[in-house]
Design a protein around this ligand. Structure first.
Ligand code: BGP
Length: 477
């Protein structure tokens, strides 16, 4: 049985929905210089906004202007909460101002008030792939230690302003994406750095992660000091990694591959660097900028819960090699397809039991509350002749994942706070910038070529999910 106050809801992120990229005094963010891509063509990061290029985050689904109606629809589904992010560049347009932008703060005041008026608790990510562009271009992104204080200023400003409206926070979205240091996009979105321009991308990744760990821990401490009722989690992309076979080489490889997640949760949940990481730093001969003061901060600022996204599992085989430099689904060069699973059109392997595996594994490792803050399936959809959208595939996807989630709670004793389907309203894909990769219970009539009325249409899954929430997950239809 799920707890009575189980947080059913949905998840979105500022840059993937809001649009209005110049409105209300907003500065440019790293997302504003990312072009549109596809599953085969990676998004490009441009130095400036190039004339004639398509930047899908500039308009997104125009949530900045439509949020009142959209939130009403979420309320109709019975959402208990909605996860979104605060665009850092709405609050500190350049990132290094000493005073925040009041217009940006007021926007989120009204957004959160609107949610609360519908009985929807805001769950907020502070940095979801949208740091101010100025910090990336002038400071060198998270390679620069100064970003710690700038982030903490931003975080503190938000905690002080919204503590009576927002109880659940997360610091850095999918902080572990940058573990894929052969892929420029992930360095850019997590840290404002193009790995291909660094001398040693792997070292840069660990150094930037360290500064973010310190910034995150300081934010946790600040939140607790401002209002002890606020809880702050980490947020990682948790993809289960399986050995392809029982060859011990595969098993060891899969175990190591999980460091792409555990390295980040180990530091943020336990407050110390794990032995395998210290051994790795020593083996590489790196002298990373990690001070004794930093280590003390990490120990004090451990997170209150593990927030994570779950989309797929991956499988590794020691005698296989894959090109992962543009992969959106795996950071491991030994990745192979799992013959037991099917995959989406974007190559993401569908594995509901992998969600239970992740929940069990985190619980056994940390004994902390967990929060599934993203899960979902991207599908190409179009309204049928009657104007409706019959998304049975999405319903099946969620039915299977929620079933496994409930087993993890009932049979494995996992302490679970909530479940938030990603992209509860269609939005701009992060990895490809496409709108055609639709995740929502609500269809948005907007296409990649800019056409469409913007009209919102309830898909069949809309009523299905409303019923799931109504029965607290007892009846999955
Ligand atoms: C996660 C991100 C989200 C989101 C989701 C789906 O990596 O936290 O921002 O977009 O994945 O990915 P995509 O949009 O590429 O399908």
């Amino acid at each position: 049985m799920l707890r009575n106050d189980f947080l059913w809801g949905g998840a979105i992120a500022a840059h993937q929905v809001e649009g209005a990229y110049r409105a209300g005094g907003k500065g440019l963010s790293v997302a504003d210089v990312m072009t549109a891509g596809t599953v085969d063509v990676p998004r490009r990061v441009t130095d400036d906004i190039e004339a004639g290029e398509s930047y899908p985050n500039h308009d997104a689904i125009d949530f900045y202007h439509t949020y009142k109606g959209d939130i009403e629809l979420f309320g109709e589904m019975g959402f208990k909460c909605l996860r979104t992010s605060i665009a850092w560049s709405r609050i500190f347009p350049e990132g290094d101002e000493t005073e925040p932008n009041e217009e940006g703060l007021a926007f989120y005041d009204d957004l959160f008030d609107t949610m609360l008026a519908h009985g929807i608790k805001p769950v907020v990510t502070l940095s979801h792939f949208e740091m101010p562009l100025h910090l990336a271009q002038t400071y060198g992104g998270w390679e620069n230690r100064e970003l710690i204080d700038l982030f903490v200023r931003f975080a503190t400003t938000c905690f002080e302003r919204y503590h009576d409206k927002v109880a659940h926070w997360m610091t850095f979205n999918e902080i572990n994406n940058q573990y894929s240091y052969t892929n420029d996009m992930f360095g850019w979105t997590c840290s404002g750095v193009l790995f291909s321009r660094t001398d040693d991308p792997e070292r840069a990744m660990y150094q930037m992660s360290h500064y973010q760990f310190v910034a995150s821990a300081k934010a946790v401490m600040a939140a607790h000091a401002i209002d002890p009722d606020m809880s702050v989690g980490c947020m990682v992309a948790a993809d289960a990694v399986y050995p392809y076979g029982c060859d011990p080489a595969d098993v060891l490889l899969a175990n190591d591959a999980m460091h792409s997640t555990f390295f980040f949760t180990d530091v943020q949940a336990r407050g110390t660097y794990p032995h395998y990481a210290l051994a790795h730093f020593a083996r590489r001969g790196w002298d990373l900028d990690i001070t004794d003061d930093d280590l003390a901060v990490l120990e004090q600022g451990t997170v209150d819960y593990i927030g994570f996204s779950y989309y797929m599992s991956n499988t590794v085989r020691h005698d296989a090699t894959a090109d992962v430099s543009t992969s959106t689904s795996c950071s491991n060069e030994h990745m192979v397809a799992n013959p037991n699973l099917t995959a989406t059109e974007w190559g993401w392997q569908i594995d509901p039991e992998g969600l239970r595996w992740v929940l069990k594994t985190f619980d056994e490792r940390y004994q902390l509350p967990q929060f599934i803050v993203e899960n979902g399936i991207g599908i190409i959809e179009r309204p049928d002749a009657d104007g409706g959208i019959d998304d049975e595939e999405r319903i099946e996807f969620f039915r299977a994942h929620i079933t496994q989630m409930e087993k993890a709670v009932d049979e494995d004793g996992v302490d679970l706070m909530g479940f938030l389907p990603w992209g509860c309203i269609d939005l701009v894909s992060f990895t490809t910038g496409e709108l055609r990769k639709r995740y929502g219970f609500i269809y948005v009539d907007r296409n990649d070529d800019g056409s469409g009325t913007g009209r919102r249409i309830r898909k069949r899954s809309f009523d299905w999910y409303r019923h799931v929430i109504e029965t607290n997950g007892e009846d999955l239809g």
